[in-house]
Ligand binder design. Structure first.
Ligand code: ARG
Length: 273
């Protein structure tokens, strides 16, 4: 995780971001962001997770969304390349961080993407260990051309899902893997072909996220054991989760939603989870 010291909405690279609506409430929203981030960290630690942090940097407000820094599969790190110039300054910080984690023995190797292709880290990759595959979202941010590099790093097939709704611009805004193999998914985010592929492969383990929740970025969640940490959960979604044996842990992340992010975006999983 990376603390929200410099977090704000000062540019718009997705439909959630409205700098003109952030500015008048800047001070209160910054406080809210800190409260939410502290609560998220405390929630993870309460569930037994160990949290490493990446120092935030001025001028890089979205660096708080560490999911985008890289994707880590079996302790192998593939560093991100960002689509938008606003975030490209994060890449050098990501490299330094992962080299440090490697020196500390927390990851085994650090890899770069081939030139010219974008892949925004775990924001567009769901590592599905039980099925022995990775799901990769492409379109708004990540290029289909990054698939081969991901497949090589991950040493398992990568299934590409085209993202067609600009509100769900990263895969982790519309697909969340739970610990038992269920996939929470937002149907309208995917192309017809992608949705069919999810249905074919996940079958009854595909759980549709209600519209209300989708629009609060509830699918941007982190599952630890039977707990699903998220910024929002309607009664209906809570029930769908409970039926399958999961508890929703709701943390107040509204300030981050104004940048298009939730619990998952604020978190990069390094090891098993
Ligand atoms: N404002 C950020 C962006 O548009 C939000 C990133 C959210 N991260 C994620 N993994 N979905 O890039």
């Amino acid at each position: 995780m990376s603390a929200p010291d410099f977090f704000e909405v000062s540019y718009a690279i997705n439909p959630w971001m409205e700098p003109a609506r952030w500015r008048p409430d800047d001070a209160a929203l910054r406080r809210q962001a800190h409260t939410g981030w502290d609560a998220l960290r405390a929630c993870y630690e309460g569930l037994g997770a160990v949290v490493e942090t990446m120092p935030p940097a001025t001028g890089l407000p979205d660096m708080v969304f560490t999911a985008n820094a890289a994707v880590v599969v079996d302790r192998r790190v593939l560093l991100a390349r960002f689509r938008h110039p606003e975030r490209q300054g994060e890449e050098a910080h990501g490299r330094v961080l992962f080299e440090r984690l490697q020196a500390r023995g927390l990851v085994d190797s650090v890899h770069a993407l081939p030139p010219g292709v974008c892949l925004e880290g775990a924001g567009d990759v769901v590592v599905d260990a039980q099925r022995g595959i990775c799901w990769m979202g492409h379109g708004p941010r990540s290029d289909l051309g990054a698939r081969a590099a991901l497949q090589e790093l991950a040493r398992r097939p990568v299934l590409a899902l085209e993202l067609v709704d600009p509100r769900f611009y990263h895969l982790d805004t519309c697909l969340c893997l739970l610990s038992g193999g269920e996939l929470l998914a937002v149907p309208q985010a995917f192309s017809a072909q992608g949705w069919r592929q999810l249905q074919d492969i996940a079958g009854t383990q595909l759980v549709e996220v209600p519209q209300d929740d989708a629009l609060q970025l509830a699918a941007n969640a982190v599952c630890i054991g039977r707990d699903v940490v998220m910024g929002y959960c309607s009664a209906e979604l809570r029930e769908r989760l409970a039926e399958r044996g999961y508890r929703a842990c709701v943390v107040p992340l509204d300030a981050f939603r104004r940048a298009g992010g939730g619990a998952r975006c604020l978190t990069l999983t390094l090891g098993a989870a």
